[in-house]
Ligand binder design. Sequence first.
Ligand SMILES: NC(=O)c1ccc[n+]([C@@H]2O[C@H](COP(=O)([O-])OP(=O)(O)OC[C@H]3O[C@@H](n4cnc5c(N)ncnc54)[C@H](O)[C@@H]3O)[C@@H](O)[C@H]2O)c1
Length: 421
Amino acid sequence: MNVVVIGAGKMGLPLACQIASRGASVVAADKNPHIVESINRGVVPFDEPGVDELLAQVVGEGRLRATTDTTEAVKTADVTIVIVPVLLTPENKADLGIILSVTDDIAAGLKKGAMVVYETTLPVGTTRSFAPLLEKSGLKCGADFDLAFSPERVKSKLVLRNLTVNPKVVGGFDEKSAARAEKFYADYIGAPVINVKTLEASEFVKLAGMVYRDVNIAIANELARFAELKGIDVKETFPAANTDGEAYLLFPGIGVGGHCTPVYPYFLIHGAREVGMEANLPILARQINDGQAGHCLDRLSDAIGDLKGQRVTIMGLGFRPGVKEHTCSPAFLIGEELARRGADATLNDPLYSDDEIRHHGFAPSSLEGAALVLNTNHPEYADLDWAALAASGVKAVVDGRNFWDRAAIEAAGIRYIGVGR
Ligand SMILES: NC(=O)c1ccc[n+]([C@@H]2O[C@H](COP(=O)([O-])OP(=O)(O)OC[C@H]3O[C@@H](n4cnc5c(N)ncnc54)[C@H](O)[C@@H]3O)[C@@H](O)[C@H]2O)c1
């Protein structure tokens, strides 16, 4: 079984390693020559638990290699998997530029009898629209090659575990494609496989899950705003509400970040408009969740006055604690909101160098200023010397993740602003 995985990033490389470790001969195709060179040396170019060992093993055994030449790799592939990013255009629509160019690369090398599987999250209906592009190969979809969609359902830092535990959902261009994808993933991933039959159904599975999460966070955020006005603490009341087996309230916070949750609801929102429907809840959820940064800063102004000219340090660029990933991080919204208020904003993140922080548009700093705004609950931020911070001039903190001990902060004479507290 010759497999090509196109996009050897944080999601694609672990997948390629897993497939190779189960006996396939795998080529990881990536346009970035540094990534390719690193993989061929057996070195993982990012931090993901367990992948170092697995890559060293499969490269050592000659079962995985990397290349920048996608078309050449596809020429001998029985199965080609696409897992390159699709992010948003400035109008919040799916930016298909990369995946369309990859599809052209595949068409130029596709062999008869092969199967192409897209794993990148896509708006419903997109994979089927790739069939005519792949047919530029001169082959007929469904007759000469198979086409399937199988959403990746993993999370960085947990990729290998998620790959083998989370059920793999597959759907196909036709019944034959779906059945072939079902067998392939059962054999080469080892997770349970759920065949939802069509391309559209499998695309929808991922979007439905993402919209569910974003809307549920929005409910938590809206209830948190009510609790703030009523002097109620959600940190105590949400767990109590969750005890009857009916509710599963998530945590409120200063914003939602990442490749997935703040991005994929837009695929559904625009897809719904195309069929004459307004997806009201997802639209509102996006507004509420993206409004949290400004809302938290309004509460900060209420506590320490106009932020204009005041030094405020954002704590955390990443969107998850302990993970160096910042795609759509709320740090960017917090930065914009601070700039709009004329604050002298800086950013601290122990996982990023000062140059990296500057590269992302922030001024690096230590934990200093009139206020600290916590975006990422990195473990490094767990035990801070509040008395020393108060002595250095910190007057208030926004605990955007309800992470800190409120009593300890207030005992040091610092104003504490949590979310829904
Ligand atoms: N990182 C996560 O936690 C996460 C979680 C769930 C879903 N996803 C989704 O998985 C997909 C991939 O994400 P990722 O985190 O692996 O991204 P990534 O940026 O780590 O990797 C993407 C890789 O694709 C390569 N690439 C870009 N254009 C290419 C081209 N034309 N030809 C060949 N290679 C090309 C890049 O060089 C890069 O190595 C995205 O759709 C993302 O939204 C990511």
